[in-house]
Structures are given as C-alpha cells and as structure tokens.
Design a protein around this ligand. Structure first.
Ligand SMILES: [Zn+2]
Length: 289
C-alpha cells in the first residue's frame, strides 16, 4: 500500500498544537486494529513536531509525515513510541532520519521480536523494525518548541509503556493503557494489583483531557475523556478478576462487566471488541491455571 491509498486517515484537531490522526473503523478488515479503530498523535510548534506513535499499516506513517510537512511546514520531526506493539511502531522507518525516543524495554522488545515483525503474521503486514535511539526509564521531559512533553512510564498493558503528558494543557496521550470500551490485559508487565495501583496513580494526575489510541471518535473530538474513564478500566479488570473463579466465567460477555458505564455513556460499545474481551478471558483463565 502506498501513502496515496491512505486518504481515509482523518486529522482530528484536538488543540492548537495537537492533532490526532485517526485511521477509522473498518469492520471485516483483516487487521484487528483497523477493525477496532485507532490512531496516533502529532504535537507541533513552529517547524517542529513530536510524533507520538508511527501508525499501523504500510503507508499510514508516511501519509502523516507528508501531511505535516505540506500543511504545517514541519521540517524537524521527533518520534516517540508509546510501546512496542505493531500498531504503534509499524512506520518508524519513516522517521529513520529523526530522533526516535522510547522506554528502554520498548527498544529491547523490538530487538527481541525483530525477526517475527519483519516476517509479518496473519493480518499484520511485515515492516522494517527501526529502533529507538534515545531510551529512558521512569520519566523523560522533552520540548516541542514551547510545549513541554513529559514522558511517564506506567506498568500498564505492556512492558515499557509510556504516556505523553502535556501538563499545561492537562492533557495525556495514553496509548493503549486505557481503551474504550475495554482494554487489553497482559500480566507479564505486572500483576493485576500493581496495574490497578498504576491506573490510580495516573488518575491522581492533573488531567482534563485523556486521549487513548483506540476509543470513541466523537468523545475524542469533543475534548477526550475525563478521569472517570480510568475508573472504567479499573472496574472492568476488578470485576473480571472477581468473576474468574465462576463456572460460567468463559461464557461471560464484556457487557456483563461494563453495563452501567455503557448506560451512562462513559463507555461506547463497538462489536469488534468482542475479540478483545475473548482474549482477556483467556488471559485471566491462564492466570488462574
Ligand atoms: Zn498495545
């Protein structure tokens, strides 16, 4: 696929200096992340841009870069990878001429999985693995012109996952640490109780605008999520943990755990998330074995 074929990407203006590049929702697509919907962000100031995640499929990342060059006159890019999953690193090669920043575990995991990523897998096209060249642990502050961007590590969803926090705008870009309607569990990052504590640590930050990579686009368009969104993620995990010993656990649906949040409009159902919930059921079942 060439960049020209990526005209379905929608630049959603979140703030004067912040754009979400949304690849939309494509039911029946061979790639799960295209079914779920998602995107990546660009923070910009003058001719500088900090790109947070490099998109999902071949051509998407170069489409974003060209858009920023042509519409905003950006001449200097920095790329940040929130974590090592394919739909966040697939087009890193577009920024091979730029500084690429990530947590040191993200670089390590990309190296470990290089061979399989460069071979591709069903629904996930092969892509060249281009590694971050600046790594850190815990926290790193970077600047895009006059905009301070704090990169914060949290032990949620994947090893080395970081969020990009814009303190003056009370805005946080959380990657996959939060997802609407349900997030994806991995417990090699940290046990469930630690991840819940990490979510609470995030909720204690000064936040007005929370933006996940995968979420409800109308909510994202209208200022994003508030901190109750973090409580939704905690509740989903806690209720599933409590139910995991029940005989009918594997037959339970995501709606069994988030019905109240869906009713209140805090979460928004999207059918492809049945697959995410099924993965989470299996993950918790394996944990119990
Ligand atoms: Zn992920």
């Amino acid at each position: 696929m060439t960049a020209d074929a990526c005209d379905y990407i929608e630049p959603v203006i979140l703030a004067d200096n912040l754009i979400f590049f949304y690849w939309g929702r494509h039911p029946g697509h061979g790639n799960l992340d295209m079914q779920l919907g998602g995107g990546a962000w660009v923070i910009h100031d003058g001719r500088d841009a900090v790109v947070v995640d490099s998109m999902n499929l071949p051509g998407q990342g170069s489409w974003v870069r060209r858009y920023m060059e042509e519409r905003y006159g950006i001449t200097r890019f920095t790329l940040v990878n929130t974590h090592c999953h394919e739909d966040h690193i697939a087009e890193n090669h577009v920024y091979a001429d730029s500084t690429i920043i990530a947590h040191e575990d993200t670089r390590r995991l990309m190296m470990e999985h290089r061979e399989s990523l460069e071979r591709g897998s069903p629904g996930v096209p092969a892509f060249p693995v281009v590694l971050p060249d600046v790594t850190f642990r815990q926290q790193l502050d970077i600047w895009c012109g006059h905009t301070l961007i704090e990169l914060h590590e949290f032990a949620i969803h994947e090893r080395g996952h970081i969020a990009a926090y814009l303190p003056r705008q009370q805005t946080i870009l959380v990657g996959d640490m939060l997802e609407d309607p349900v997030w994806i569990f991995h417990f090699d990052v940290a046990p469930a109780d630690v991840q819940i504590a990490e979510l609470k640590r995030m909720a204690a930050m000064d936040l007005q605008h929370i933006y996940p990579a995968h979420g409800d686009i109308d909510t994202i368009r209208n200022g994003g999520y508030g901190t109750s969104f973090i409580q939704c993620s905690i509740g989903y995990l806690e209720k599933m943990l409590a139910a995991s010993q029940r005989a009918d656990f594997m037959a339970s649906t995501a709606q069994d755990y988030i019905a109240a949040e869906l009713d209140k409009g805090e979460l928004h159902w999207w059918p492809p998330y049945e697959q995410v919930h099924a993965m989470n059921l299996r993950t918790l079942q394996q944990l119990a074995d």
